[in-house]
Design a protein around this ligand. Structure first.
Ligand code: 4AD
Ligand code: MG
Length: 448
């Protein structure tokens, strides 16, 4: 066998040559003197074909037959070193095939639990460490990777500095969600729910910053949109109006979709994602609607035959049926702006002349994927922020550093947070958020 291994993605550079590929057997079929192996090495899937007479010719009757029988008996997920000649093959999707000349088993795989038949969700979740090897799961991880890559690219191109916020914190960033508490040398500490408050300090030093990392919310909600540990990208910027902030968010989300179209087209194909819809979200402007107009619209349509949501009054929060209806009504990602202050976080700046509403926006993805971004203009006045903290029953001492930012050259600033797994779910077109992260953490799921 030749010494260097060739990745499947690179076989195109070796047409007509003999190469050795390290891979796993994803599937196998055969007839008589032929064996077909579906190989997988993480970079791509690829078919290798073994022909019995070739083995007999190379290795002689006894050894040739034995080698061919080994190939025929290979079980799913056995790891192998396959040597063969790379051939162009127009019939296969991949475009290339391997004519096997030799094969060596690296690691046996006995009774691999995940077979091509259908499995229940609990079973798959219990075997998440193995489920990740399947075609769909690999495709979702490629999409996740493309979104991460596009995030760094977008913010770099727009003059942002990556500014890492801490995960252990002495205060709550979002007073509207639940905290995970842990012991910090005899004092309570909390796992970060969002890096936002620290980014606001960063913005006063660097102008435009973003962070991107895991955040934690002790949410007991068991929905297809909630994780207890998920990745958030928070961005923050000084001297930017509410409208400019929405423009930036729109450009960012479009860059993410474009990034996936560019970097993971095969993944979208495997997942049978409606690519035309994704292109439409890039080409068309996102919709912007005020919270109050959205409530009025919902009220006007609540008796329609095809609607199925509860009646809401002005001042009520949306449930997911309302969010789904709103974004489907407009057919493109939709910003709902200026929600009631009553159910939003303490740091949001009120709408001038309307203190019951705040300068914020949630971006709702179409097709029922729900909220993917939450953002706002921040209260930049020391006294107003102080009063709001007290009014919400929070302790100003816990927010001393945050209040300080309003004492020394406070400026208008805004920011937003995008939930990575929500975005992955939306772009991949998958049903449940649990598939958008390698090892999901949910209400009843901490293993594997
Ligand atoms: O709307 P949220 O709570 O906003 C914030 O945390 C702000 N501090 C962000 C900021 O302004 N810098 O969360 C932001 C996004 C949501 O829009 C949603 O996409 C996602 O985080 N998210 C969740 N994703 C998965 N599971 C959960 N439990 C989530 N909660 C929020
Ligand atoms: Mg939110």
């Amino acid at each position: 066998m030749s010494k260097d291994y060739v990745a499947i993605i690179d076989v195109k550079d070796h047409v007509g040559q003999e190469v050795t590929i390290g891979a796993w057997v994803a599937n196998k079929s055969g007839k008589g003197k032929l064996a077909f192996l579906q190989l997988r090495d993480g970079t791509a899937f690829f078919q290798a074909v073994a022909f019995k007479p070739n083995f007999i010719e190379t290795f002689g009757e006894e050894e040739g037959v034995a080698k061919f029988d080994t190939i025929k008996r290979l079980s799913q997920e056995t790891s192998v070193l396959v040597t063969g000649i790379v051939k162009e093959d127009e019939r296969s999707k991949f475009g290339y095939e391997l004519d096997v000349t030799d094969l060596q088993v690296v690691g046996e795989s006995v009774d691999y639990p995940i077979t091509p038949k259908e499995h229940g969700t609990d079973f798959l979740m219990d075997h998440r460490h193995l489920w990740l090897r399947s075609r769909r799961q690999m495709a979702i991880m490629q999409i996740r990777n493309a979104i991460i890559y596009a995030t760094y690219e977008f913010f770099d191109q727009n003059g942002f500095i990556k500014f890492d916020s801490p995960i252990l914190s002495g205060n709550a960033a979002e007073n509207t969600t639940e905290l995970f508490e842990t012991d910090y040398f005899g004092h309570p500490a909390f796992l970060s729910q969002s890096g936002q408050l620290y980014l606001e300090a960063g913005v006063m030093a660097l102008g435009r910053v973003f962070d991107f990392g895991p955040v934690f919310r002790a949410e007991k909600s068991k929905t297809r949109r909630h994780l207890t540990e998920f990745w958030m990208m928070d961005a923050e910027y000084a001297f930017m109006s509410h409208e400019q902030s929405l423009d930036l968010q729109e450009a960012y989300v479009k860059a993410l979709i474009q990034g996936v179209l560019d970097r993971a087209p095969q993944a979208l194909e495997i997942l049978e994602r409606d690519v035309e819809a994704l292109k439409r979200y890039i080409d068309q402007p996102f919709k912007r609607v005020s919270y109050d107009d959205a409530i009025t619209l919902l009220q006007e349509h609540e008796a329609d035959e095809d609607t199925d949501y509860d009646h809401l009054e002005h001042g009520d929060d949306f449930g997911s049926p309302h969010e789904t209806w709103i974004s489907n009504y407009f057919g493109v990602p939709t910003f709902v702006v200026n929600y009631p202050a009553s159910f939003k976080a303490f740091y949001m700046k009120p709408v001038p002349g309307n203190p019951d509403r705040v300068l914020c926006a949630d971006l709702l993805a179409p097709e029922g994927y729900g909220e993917i971004i939450g953002g706002s203009v921040r209260e930049d006045d020391y006294q107003k922020l102080y009063d709001k903290i007290v009014e919400e029953g929070l302790n100003p001492d816990d927010y001393a550093f945050y209040l300080d930012l309003r004492k020394y050259g406070s400026v208008p600033h805004a920011g937003f947070g995008l939930g990575l797994e929500r975005m992955v779910t939306f772009v991949a077109g998958t049903k449940h958020i649990r598939e958008a992260i390698p090892f999901p953490r949910m209400l009843h799921r901490l293993k594997p």
